[in-house]
Design a protein around this ligand. Sequence first.
Ligand SMILES: [Zn+2]
Length: 471
Amino acid sequence: MGFKNRNKKLKWVLLLTVVLAVVAAVFILPGKGKPKPNVVVILIDTVRADHTSIHGYERDTTPNLKRIAKKGLKLENYFVNSPWTKPSVASIISGLHPTCHGSRVGQFDEMELYVVGTAKVEILNSKIETMAEILKKNAFSTHAYITNYHLTPRFGYHQGYNHYNFNGAGSDKKIVCGTDRDAIYNAMKILETRKGKPVFIWCHLMAVHGYCYPPDFDKFKPGSSPTLTPIPANAFQKRRVQEYDSIEEAVCSYDNAIFYSDALVGEFFDFICTKAPDTILIVTSDHGEEFYEHGGFEHCRTLYNEILKVPCVIYGPGVPTGVFTGLSDSIDLLPTIMKNLGIKISSDLRGQILFEQNQVSREGKKEIFAEQHYRGLNLRFALFRDGKKMIINQHKLTREISREFYHDGLVIEKENVFPTADKDIIKIFERRINRHKTVNKNYFRKKVGRPTYKNLSPEDIKHLRSLGYIE
Ligand SMILES: [Zn+2]
């Protein structure tokens, strides 16, 4: 072989080596030597745990979640950190508590809206790193199918997506069912046509939020319903509830909508089992719904467990099978995914690693916190600890404070025992909540600075009104 030919061959070898090195660096887990799995989060908006059969509900609303849990991991005591979409989803995608990520306040006051014509809302600041941004940085192709207006670029939730799709249907029940189905089918299409890069998909379903389901899913009917809390006098006033003759009817629609969403999830699960087995699937919710257990309806305003306790099942490569009975919450999901993908976890994240390479973590958290800042005037903080729960309610202007304490803190709260509770235990809970507030406020100040607000536009108001957020 002549010198010229040898030189040419050497060039080719070098080129091939460089190409292989780039492919390895981009597509292979750092230090793990394995291709990265895809990650899909299906978030079914507004599902309370005790209305899912996977959590023992007497109506079989979630046969497919049960199937997934049999092959994956079910989180038995999983709570969200906030009672409505915007802050709760921000906690899932940032791994931070609401005061840390700063996207908390929905609308100040409806009076402000009517008198001034607009209202300020907090948005997710670009300095807060999201799940999509982190995965994109780690060679994922990132896609969002969003059906909830709160998660649009208007409020900063598009950060990190290669492809962001908003397909909101407002209150049109028929269209909502269709947009949810489209979100699931689009996610399947992305997985089916993926090339090389692993994909991250966020799929947000709104049928349960609007109590929507196609006629085929009209399974649960009044008369067969579980025992419901009687409606307090004058409570049945809300515009969205007026379409139902009774709370029993509203609950049937809500349960049927869960049954429909579960069927969509089941279709997706069957798809990944056959067509994309290299996929980690997380199915969860952002908050529950009140049916007058504590005097209220819908969600946003309180921190009771009908709002905070939601289902969460995880399935896929590296995910153990079984039930995680320890305490877990929304801020655990991001660090858990990162750990299992071999991505370095920032020290800012305080969530626990739920599992690693087919092994469940031995214990859950000692304590978890939830926050409510919905109207900006009523602040609420909750702490779960040692199976107990404390809620502190505070009015921002009058500074008036009320406290609640529950001995059985992991189920729907029945009796507020604050007046007779052990004062030393109360002191510990209160100290922990105050510390949580201070530490998180300081974190936000250092990381972001001042809260970022946006004035609602007439278009925003139209969308939020159609979802029932503005009367
Ligand atoms: Zn929501």
